[in-house]
Design a protein. Structure first.
Length: 173
């Protein structure tokens, strides 16, 4: 029997593209043993995992519900955090200021928690939030306008998809 260790990494950016926060939900103890003077060693450390050369600090959260429809709209996911003043204020700030959230779901080494492979990379907008006495839930949505069904335009070119037919008939089989 083998086990796979999954870790979600989130990078939160403000509307100007400046990184505000970087968190991960896999816990890594980088302990340094320190002598407290009595011959007893005290362990101190930070819970940091690196991804793409950036430090991601530990934050207990759940990333769930990433769903996609066939048309590419109605994309939603949720970040579920513990209800405390820090998470409540940061979640509110992200929603009010329309911050973007990049989520990487990766496999990591089971004991060292070093990055092995990125499974998914999604970019979301913090669109709304809700809370109860124990959790804060941030609703993440896509940048596609679901009401008008407007998606960013993309033109098919040879560099994107190879040689294109000269007629207007394209079939997917």
């Amino acid at each position: 029997m083998s086990s796979i260790t999954l870790v979600s990494f989130i990078r939160v950016k403000d509307s100007s593209g400046n990184v505000q926060d970087r968190y991960q939900n896999g816990k890594r103890d980088n302990f340094n043993a320190l002598d407290d003077g009595s011959g007893t060693y005290v362990q101190q450390g930070l819970n940091i995992i690196q991804l793409n050369g950036e430090n991601y600090y530990y934050l207990p959260f759940l990333y769930q519900g990433a769903t996609k429809s066939r048309g590419g709209d109605n994309l939603e996911a949720n970040l579920v955090l513990a209800n405390n003043p820090v998470s409540m204020n940061r979640a509110r700030e992200a929603v009010v200021n329309k911050w973007s959230v990049e989520v990487y779901v990766c496999t990591v080494h089971p004991t060292e928690l070093t990055h092995l492979r990125t499974l998914t990379h999604d970019v979301w907008l913090a669109s709304s939030m809700s809370y109860d006495p124990t959790t804060v839930e941030v609703l993440l949505s896509s940048g596609i306008d679901a009401v008008g069904s407007n998606a960013p335009n993309r033109v098919l070119t040879t560099s994107l998809c190879g040689h294109l037919p000269t007629t207007g008939q394209i079939q997917n089989r």
